[in-house]
Design a protein around this ligand. Structure first.
Ligand code: UD1
Length: 423
């Protein structure tokens, strides 16, 4: 298994190109199931999660080819052969559940494994089920699989979510795009990845309004055509690399970055003392002040502070001048980076959903590992600012969501390398 070695090496300077969004691409790939015409995604990120999604789609009969080194995905579902999303794939990646809505809409049935728990919490599926039942589907749970059926074409319906789930919003929109009549989703999630999904669906002929607001209206159409769609920029990769100079010092240009994707995160980072500005081709993050200010944050649905940036922000707050409180409201078990950061000298006390972080003047290298993607990258960030060589194990988590992490960071002056523990 590979590890990453990272050594605090002073300020970072240069440019980091930001890839297409993993989470957008994982919602855009199932769109191919809604049409027998080819769907091409450009600006796709090169990540193991995308390979997992490819394996899932291939198992259903979709033809997927990667062009341009993996940056372009050409998919065709003209010859679907299965409606069965197997446990072995779904357990690897929860976003596999995004085939449920489109498969059901296109074929009238979908058998999709329940994803099971994951490192960050239980992550139930009740909202996905409720959303599709509102469109006339019947859904039963048998032997760990959701069996969804529709008697003919799905029928338009209205569904109000008790909490704004990103995935359930995506499943509802994709399924309703082919339903008979006009469907309405209330308390919909507003994340930029949903706006990107709707942009793609619209280019295929879907009739949708209200995306990015809490009420989305979908007028079902008989068929959808093919399209070529560029995947939106990854706001979580962007936010992660903005924190790198905030911790290590220096000035980094995030190419392709956009302020309007970041919501509350931008303000929180600015309040911590980082100088951030928009440039002609992205965002500039510059550390001018030696002092990192303590900032309290509470994770919320977009445009609130993204839960997927909480671990990275905690790494920054470990070096703040003062005490900050980080509250996690979306996932019950999302502080597993805290014990690892503590091993690097951080002072963190977790009580329920709140972490109290007392800033220290220095972090010190240690061997660390994490159990999820964003937690893992928070340890890389901590390593960039720590004294000595930090060894981060379980690199496969990072491969799920950070394209070329080592080369992107070494290009701005970080001392970082990937090693194989087997040699
Ligand atoms: C997506 C993102 C993930 C991010 C999360 C929250 C993808 C592929 N993943 O995950 O990186 O951390 O949004 O921004 O886009 N919930 C229920 N019942 C359901 C569905 C969700 O109770 O049926 C709860 C979850 O347990 C969680 C909250 O709703 O507490 C938000 O989850 P959700 O928005 O669905 O996250 P995902 O779409 O899985």
């Amino acid at each position: 298994m590979d590890s990453i070695l990272v050594t605090g090496n002073g300020p970072l300077n240069g440019k980091i190109p930001i890839a297409g969004a993993k989470n957008a691409c994982l919602a855009l790939m199932p769109v191919t199931l809604l049409t027998d015409q080819p769907v091409t995604l450009t600006n796709a990120p090169i990540l193991s999660d995308i390979k997992t999604a490819e394996a899932l789609l291939s198992s259903l009969g979709t033809e997927v080819s990667f062009l341009n080194g993996g940056k372009v995905l050409v998919m065709s579902s003209h010859n679907l052969k299965s409606s069965h999303a197997d446990y072995d794939i779904v357990r690897k990646m929860r976003a596999s559940n995004l085939v449920l809505g489109p498969l059901l809409a296109r074929t009238g049935e979908a058998v999709v494994s329940l994803p099971g728990g994951c490192a960050i919490g239980a992550r139930p599926m009740d909202l996905h089920i409720g959303a599709l039942e509102a469109l006339g589907a019947t859904i039963e749970l048998k032997e760990g699989y959701l069996h969804a059926k529709s008697n003919g074409r799905l029928k338009a319906g209205t569904f109000e979510m008790r909490m704004a789930s990103v995935g359930a919003t995506e499943n509802f929109i994709m399924a309703a795009a082919l339903a008979n009549g006009t469907s309405v989703l209330k308390n919909a999630a507003k994340e930029p990845e949903i706006v990107d999904l709707v942009k793609c669906l619209r280019s295929m002929g879907a009739q949708i309004t209200g995306e990015g607001s809490s009420t989305v209206e979908i007028q079902g159409v008989d068929t959808l055509g093919g399209t070529t769609h560029p995947v939106v920029v990854d706001r979580i990769e962007l936010g992660t690399y903005m924190i790198a100079p905030a911790m290590a010092g220096g000035q980094v240009d995030l190419i392709g970055g956009k302020k309007n994707l970041l919501g509350q995160f931008w303000n929180s980072l600015e309040r911590s003392g980082l100088e951030i500005s928009e440039t002609a081709d992205g965002i500039r993050a510059k550390r001018v002040n030696e002092i990192i200010k303590a900032v309290d944050v509470k994770t919320e649905v977009y445009p609130g502070f993204a839960t997927d940036l909480q671990a990275q922000f905690m790494a920054l707050m470990c070096l703040a001048d003062g005490t900050s409180f980080l509250e996690e409201t979306l996932f019950e078990n999302r502080f597993m980076h805290a014990p690892e950061l503590i091993r690097m000298g951080a002072k963190i006390d977790v009580q329920g959903g709140i972490a109290k972080v007392q800033g220290v003047s220095k972090l010190k290298a240690a061997p660390v590992m994490a159990t999820d993607l964003r937690a893992s990258v928070s340890l890389i960030l901590a390593g960039l600012a720590a004294e000595g060589e930090t060894k981060v194990a379980r690199v496969y988590h990072l491969d799920r969501g950070y394209e070329n992490l080592v080369s992107k960071l070494s290009n701005v002056g970080a001392k970082i390398e990937r090693i194989s523990d087997n040699v």
